[in-house]
Write a protein that binds this ligand. Structure first.
Ligand SMILES: [Zn+2]
Length: 498
């Protein structure tokens, strides 16, 4: 930018002010709210002073009138109990409690053991290994954990149906395996506040000296969000990182799995460094709280705010015809007024409608989560043409499969031929939208190759997305991401109710 003369600069500034004022007067939009989900991965069961750090953070927030979400590791909860830290437990109980795996970094971690398992055995194994810690957290904190998030980047798709079966409705964490442009989304039957953009930019640098930069960034996010209808910031810390010289779990780095007797206690940082860390946190919280549209929310409050409107809705025949008319050969989620639909939900609604009595219009509800296929689909290179009779029988077969398995099949059978479910959905939707207009079914039906567009929200396997110093060197898993892509059938945006 060229330097302007002083008078020109003043005139320029006045012009900008006038333009801003005129804009506000013309539109006068009510500023949107900025919801802040503040959460703590409470995991260090080695360094005793990390207990006090958790207590200090919880007490500070209580004093500020703010509720956060403490995601507690099972072994951490048991350790607090063994150390008789009822004071720490009581301080954390004033906040929402989440779950952060049973033993966190002891091997095998979730992605390690899940990497050799399929969809069903993986879900069962997640429950076998992780449920005991969940129960311990619930017993010790007298609160059912509201959410889960993986240790490090040890993410696995088989965790989702397990968590849903434990009645956990929220996946709260940061990593890159799946994401919807930084926005909250539904995936695997859970609300996901995951892979967000703003919170990670408000984190401390190595020596906690960037508070002014973080305040500036927060102010920018606040301005963007309030002028765009509001938004959500997901911000995390670890109580241990305020005081330690290195993470407690470097004991398990690069695949190491020492016995309990061999665990090393790493030293605390010097007192001034620890105080700088708490100072960073307290200043940032006070600063965020000073903005009028900021509201701190817990995991359960986020679930109410982003409750899935489709689950309460009764879909009429004409609504399903509208949904069907929006299905394209790139099969995507749909955003419709008060609710959103995943590809699996769209397929279920269309199959329900096509198998309902023509006269019946009591509406269709989505009473359960419909997961994606367990196995990859067959390749399809060219269109298949079948009789209406065959196609109709296949619709009934598909409907029965969804009702029985709560899942999309990996193939739909047209007699002896099979096609991928997305191809069948596109063909079915074409008929469902015509059927709503009272037309007779076609004599023959063409099923053409299609694509599941939501797969693009699942990461491609790389060393980077699995980067966590705890993994054995070179760990990655194409298999887990292939299973994750199959569950892209469940993906859709989460809409805020206010
Ligand atoms: Zn962790």
């Amino acid at each position: 930018m060229k330097r302007l003369l002083p008078l020109a600069r003043i005139l320029c500034a006045i012009t900008v002010l006038l333009l801003v004022d005129a804009d506000l007067l013309a539109h006068g939009p009510a500023p949107g709210k900025v919801y802040v989900v503040l959460w703590f991965d409470t995991e260090d069961y080695i360094l005793p002073e990390s207990d006090d750090a958790a207590k200090r953070l919880a007490a500070f927030l209580t004093e500020q009138g703010i509720q956060a979400t403490f995601k507690v590791v099972g072994e951490k909860a048991r350790t607090l109990e063994r150390r008789h830290r009822t004071d720490v437990i009581a301080a954390l109980q004033k906040h929402a409690i989440g779950y952060h795996s049973n033993t966190h970094s002891q091997h095998p971690t979730p992605a390690e053991y899940e990497s050799l398992l399929d969809w069903e055995t993986g879900a069962a194994e997640f429950t076998r290994r992780e449920r005991p810690g969940f129960d311990d957290v619930q017993r010790i904190f007298k609160q059912k954990p509201c959410c889960y998030g993986q240790p490090g980047s040890s993410w696995a798709p088989q965790a989702f149906p397990s968590l849903a079966s434990w009645d956990v409705g929220l996946y709260l964490d940061e990593a890159e395996h799946v994401g919807l442009n930084g926005q909250p989304f539904y995936y695997g039957g859970l609300l996901n506040i995951f892979n967000t953009k703003e919170g990670p930019q408000l984190r401390p640098n190595g020596d906690w000296t960037n508070i002014e930069e973080s305040k500036t960034k927060f102010r920018q996010f606040y301005q963007q969000m309030t002028s765009n209808g509001g938004g959500l910031i997901s911000l995390y810390f670890h109580p241990c990182e305020f005081i330690h010289s290195q993470f407690w779990d470097m004991n398990f780095a690069r695949g190491a799995n020492p016995t309990r007797e061999q665990w090393q206690i790493y030293p605390l940082r010097p007192p001034d460094s620890r105080e700088r860390a708490f100072g960073y946190f307290e200043q940032l919280i006070r600063y965020m709280k000073s903005f009028p549209q900021v509201q701190f929310i817990t995991g359960p409050q986020a679930m109410r705010l982003y409750a899935d409107g489709a689950r309460e809705h009764r879909f009429s025949a004409s609504e399903i015809a509208d949904v069907a008319s929006q299905v394209e050969s790139e099969v995507n989620f749909q955003v419709l007024g008060a609710y959103t639909l995943s590809p699996a939900e769209i397929m279920t609604l269309v199959a329900e409608r096509m198998t309902a009595q023509p006269s019946a219009d009591t509406g269709v509800v989505l009473p359960f989560t419909i997961y994606g296929p367990s196995l990859p689909s067959p390749q399809m290179t060219e269109a298949v043409e079948v009789t209406w009779s065959q196609f109709e029988r296949s619709v009934y077969d598909l409907h029965g499969f969804i009702q029985h398995n709560h899942q999309i099949p990996n193939a739909v059978w047209l007699g002896s031929q099979n096609v991928p479910p997305e191809a069948f959905l596109v063909a079915m939707a074409k008929i469902a939208r015509k059927g709503a207009n009272g037309g007779a079914p076609p004599e023959r039906v063409m099923v053409a190759p299609a694509r599941l567009a939501t797969e693009k929200y699942v990461a491609v396997d790389s060393l980077e997305i699995w980067s966590w110093p705890i993994f054995p060197p070179g760990f990655h898993s194409e298999h887990l991401l292939e299973l994750a892509r199959l569950q892209a059938w469940t993906l859709k945006p989460a809409k805020r109710s206010e």
